[in-house]
Design a protein around this ligand. Structure first.
Ligand code: SAH
Length: 416
């Protein structure tokens, strides 16, 4: 292990009020404002000088060109985001107790879920928005899934797992650090049991009184799209007695809610066979009428066109595609993709039907999604009313000083 990380873990440097051993990053003139306003990222372009030789993942002290303290953060020279800021108080040191306190605060802020018997799966830590950049922690019934996305978190992974174990006493903690963005930090994928028991291959959770059987070891994200919890509920209110299309269904979240909400029939579309198999299990688990369910495995762009050519009509269509734009440079192509699926969706909606449309691309704002749907409506010759706009659920907070964290946006539209 590099010496810096070792020093960091045993906390030798973490003597309150003394930073003599800590490396310092001096910012360029005029580049410290966002950091002072609690934006947690510093890019290489903002850095003027580095004093000392911090190891990747090590805590550094960030100071302005006037030598005034700005914040403490962790450093990674391999990443475009070279420093992620953690602490703006100069008198506090980042040691084991600091990490545990931050985790406890994030957990405490979800206390309303503790009393909700109908929901036992939710996000406990949402990275930057919970003042713990690079860390995701999800609770799935009695298991915890942890995801480390950066070098800084990687360096304290054991400390975090230990704290989570003390604070939550789960049956087990499982690591799902296999997100592709880790490569931007020059980190390899890591996966497996960290503490306690190994989770079963499929685990049952409850969400709003519905049951879902999910795969936390190999499923998408950390096993389930917790961020859509509220939006599934909202969408299900619009489907009374109608025919619903759950496009990009994964394991059937929107379809399960819609059938419970009174949909007559649903069709699920996803390119992943395993996801559709799990969706079927989930519909059965909830005692829903599977006679009224149809599955289409394949590319949604193609399937939507096939449905249009076949003259299919739906009362409600959900479009919850994967990320189309991984960065701003892919924005135009992504917007063309959103326009395409929204156009075909409008063409298979009966007059007055409901379109539930999402984008989970961070680079796509709600305004740009609106624009893509607007151009789709022009081509479809349909007038569209927005009934509601949506975001990720409250266990995925949106930090005012960090708009980049708002990745999920959606609209409920009536298509005349
Ligand atoms: N609506 C889901 C989450 C959807 S995630 C929920 O509420 O849980 C996006 C889904 O799109 C994934 O299941 C993925 O397998 C699927 N997918 C990705 N590309 C696709 C494509 N081209 N056609 C159809 N499905 C696709």
């Amino acid at each position: 292990m590099p010496l810096g990380i070792y020093k960091y873990i045993i906390g030798l440097w973490a003597i309150p009020g003394k930073y003599s051993t800590m490396n310092e990053i001096i910012l360029k003139k005029g580049r410290e404002k966002p950091a002072r306003q609690f934006h947690p990222w510093l890019f290489s372009g903002a850095i003027d000088k580095i004093s000392g030789s911090p190891e990747p993942g090590e805590i550094v002290r960030v100071i302005g060109c006037d030598e005034d303290f700005v914040a403490l953060g962790y450093y990674n020279p391999f990443s475009q985001i070279q420093i992620r800021l953690l602490e703006w108080n100069d008198n506090i040191s980042i040691d084991k107790a600091w990490w545990e306190h931050r985790l406890a605060t994030a957990i405490e802020s979800r206390s309303r879920f503790k009393n909700d018997e109908d929901t036992n799966a939710y996000r406990l830590v949402f990275g930057e928005a919970d003042f713990l950049p690079g860390l995701i922690v999800d609770k799935y019934a009695d298991f915890i899934v942890m995801q480390s996305l950066t070098r800084g978190i990687e360096a304290v992974k054991d400390i975090i797992a230990g704290s989570l174990n003390r604070l939550l006493k789960p049956t087990g903690i499982y690591e799902r650090s296999d997100a592709s963005i880790r490569s931007m930090e020059r980190l390899k994928a890591a996966k497996g049991r960290l503490v306690g028991e190994e989770p079963p291959d499929l685990l049952d959770i409850n969400e709003n009184g519905l049951k879902f059987r999910i795969d936390i070891k190999n499923g998408q994200k950390t096993g389930f799209y917790l961020d859509q919890r509220d939006n599934r509920m909202i969408a299900s209110r619009y489907v009374l007695g109608g025919r619903m299309l759950d496009c990009f269904s994964y394991c059937g979240g929107f379809a399960v809610y819609a059938l419970r909400g009174g949909a007559d029939s649903v069709m699920l579309v996803d390119s992943s066979q395993e996801s559709l198999a799990l969706a079927k299990t989930n519909l059965i688990l909830n005692g829903l009428d599977t006679e009224q369910v149809e599955y289409r495995i394949g590319d949604a762009f193609r399937t939507l066109r096939d449905l249009r050519e076949a003259g299919s009509q739906f009362d409600l269509v959900v479009l919850d595609p994967p990320k189309f734009a991984s960065s701003k440079s892919h924005l135009q192509k992504a917007l063309a993709g959103y326009k395409d699926i929204n156009l075909t969706a409008m063409q298979i909606l009966r007059p007055g039907g409901i379109l539930v449309t999402f984008s989970c691309s961070g680079a796509v704002t709600l305004d740009s999604l609106k624009m893509a749907v607007f151009w789709a409506s022009v081509d479809a010759h349909r007038q569209v009313q927005i009934l509601q706009t949506m975001h990720h659920a409250e266990d995925h907070p949106r930090l005012l000083s960090f708009p980049e964290g708002e990745y999920l946006k959606g609209m409920i539209c009536r298509v005349e």
